[in-house]
Design a protein around this ligand. Structure first.
Ligand SMILES: [Zn+2]
Length: 224
């Protein structure tokens, strides 16, 4: 009982980020690090809807939506962690990331590890794939830079009153992870599906060309 109390206790985690604790409200330990998880919650919900066909058409991937579900759980775990900085929150946050890495590897990696995948001719000439892959990579690099700078240069960021880089990490890693998953799922479908997969941009707001999400759609006619 005492152990249970201990792990749920606010501030029981040894990890603390640069943002000052309980600065904006007495109810949330790190406000901006908590709300910056919004993309990690909203994107997977949209993608579960967009990937409905994928789970049906790609054999052996009928549980593809589990990736988006795990991403959503990671987002919620991260919200809980940054809101409380409890040991259990830290466990939820870190386990979610591990679950996703394992699930992506189990679902899409064995037949499609990246170097070979990038050398497939159809991918080399597919501009949409290249642009999603490169932008995803840039998001990952920017996210890692933010994470490292928040972790190791905290006194500097506090000195200029900008201790929010961990929040930027959340936003950038949400987009980087979604793009990586779209690329992996597309590579996998290219090799394992009798229907030709097509990278499609779903506009969330119709009049804004930039506001949308990529997903794997399928051509109506079957390949021979
Ligand atoms: Zn975090």
């Amino acid at each position: 009982m005492r152990l249970t109390n201990q792990i749920f206790k606010p501030l029981s985690s040894k990890i603390d980020w640069c943002e000052p604790n309980y600065y904006y409200t007495q109810f949330i330990a790190e406000l901006w690090n908590t709300v910056s998880n919004l993309p990690l919650i909203v994107l997977p919900i949209y993608l579960m809807f967009l990937y409905k066909d994928y789970s049906v058409k790609v054999q052996s991937c009928k549980y593809a939506n589990i990736i988006w579900l795990l991403l959503l759980i990671t987002g919620l775990g991260s919200v809980y962690f940054h809101a409380t900085l409890s040991l259990f929150g830290q466990f939820m946050d870190e386990m979610g990331i591990l679950w996703i890495c394992c699930s992506v590897a189990a679902l899409w990696l064995p037949n499609n590890y990246l170097p070979r995948c990038c050398n497939v001719n159809r991918l080399r000439h597919n501009e949409d794939f290249q642009s999603i892959a490169y932008s995803g990579l840039y998001f990952w690099i920017a996210a890692l830079i933010c994470w490292l700078m928040d972790r190791f240069l905290c006194p500097f960021w506090l000195g200029i009153s900008f201790p929010y880089l961990h929040g930027f990490w959340h936003i950038l890693i949400a987009f980087g992870s979604y793009k990586a998953c779209v690329c992996y799922s597309y590579c996998f479908a290219l090799k394992n599906c009798s229907v030709t997969p097509v990278l499609t941009f779903y506009k969330v707001v119709h009049s804004w060309n930039w506001c949308g999400l990529w997903f794997v759609n399928f051509k109506l006619t079957e390949t021979v």
